[in-house]
Design a protein around this ligand. Structure first.
Ligand code: BDR
Ligand code: CA
Length: 314
């Protein structure tokens, strides 16, 4: 099994990611850490606990983390995820509350307990992860792999340039992307291409497995969402979003990556939060300017959407 820890801002598609990760037989979810992003950190923590209960995993440790980006005020995405962050779907509160330790501490313990074994799946602004790498630099070498949902080679979504998770906390993203940890970027270029169609939703609704009907209801609420940003052409298809990044950990062969330099734009103005990916791939090219925030990253450039659709529904 692959040991994973998920850092989330739950969020409809973070919920789908938690449901998929806990249901996949080859993934062992060791911990879930929460951060301000789609909703405030308290709501994200409540939602994560509730979703894990619905999934039949009330035993997985959950911790609350950063309540705002490193430098700037917090800006949620309730317009996309609804007031409760779960698209208005009512999921009963969990019977427990979060761990008393901070998310950064839970991340440290989980990673240092099994050096080299843990894959961190970061599906939210990178505030917790940046704090982890700065407070406990020894975790960088102890991390197995890092899968980040964030950024884009092409267009952004929150702004023309920037994807939401990077836009929310670009300084944190710059710290993480340039840290030298083995990192895969699951950006918008692939994110929008993993969807579930009406037949898949129906199968999930009919399943008696814990969490399957919640996944179906979350997907039903997403049908048509993000349509203008994506290339979703099937009228009934719903994007699984963050859950696709978990598919890429469970089944790396479905994601094609290229190792490329990536720079996070931190300046004021319309490019703030942009991930500038040097797609030239020519070692003789003039390097990206400035060392701050430039890292060598495995960038997801193509995804087998049909394969991940099957995997998600199975
Ligand atoms: C990302 O932002 C959030 O809305 C989603 O949960 C996903 O992590 C997409 O830009
Ligand atoms: Ca998310």
């Amino acid at each position: 099994a692959i040991d994973v820890v998920l850092d989330v801002d739950t969020g409809v598609d973070d919920a789908l990611a938690l449901l998929f990760a806990t249901a996949h037989p080859a993934l062992r979810v060791r911990a879930v850490t929460c951060v301000a992003g789609n909703v405030d950190v308290d709501q994200a923590t409540r939602n994560s606990l509730a979703v894990l209960d619905a999934a039949g995993h009330p035993d997985i440790p959950v911790a609350r983390g950063a309540d705002r980006p490193l430098l700037r005020p917090f800006n949620g995405a309730r317009a996309v995820h609804g007031d409760n962050g779960l698209g208005g779907i009512d999921v009963p509160d969990a019977k427990r509350s979060a761990d008393s330790v901070h998310a950064v501490e839970l991340l440290r313990r989980t990673i240092m307990d099994s050096p080299g074994e843990v894959t961190l799946i970061a599906l939210a602004p990178l505030t917790n992860v940046a704090l982890l790498l700065r407070m406990y630099p020894e975790t960088a070498a102890a991390l197995g792999n890092v899968m980040v949902m964030g950024g884009s080679v092409g267009a952004g979504n929150t702004t023309a340039a920037a994807e939401f998770n990077i836009w929310q906390d670009p300084e944190a993203a710059a710290i993480v992307l340039s840290s030298g940890v083995p990192l895969t970027m699951y950006g918008l270029d692939v994110f929008y291409q993993v969807t579930v169609d009406a037949a898949g939703v129906k199968r999930l609704l009919e399943s008696s497995k814990p969490g399957a009907s919640l996944a179906a209801r979350l997907l039903e609420g997403r049908t048509g969402t993000w349509r203008h940003e994506s290339r979703i052409t099937e009228p009934e298809a719903a994007c699984v979003g963050d859950a696709g990044a978990v598919c890429a950990v469970a089944d790396p062969q479905g994601l094609t990556t290229r190792s490329l330099p990536v720079h996070v734009a931190l300046g004021e103005g319309p490019t703030r939060g942009l991930t500038l990916v040097d797609v030239r791939g020519n070692p003789n090219s003039v390097p990206l300017s400035g060392d701050v925030g430039v890292g060598q990253v495995d960038v997801g450039v193509a995804v087998d959407g049909a394969r991940y659709r099957r995997l998600f529904v199975e």
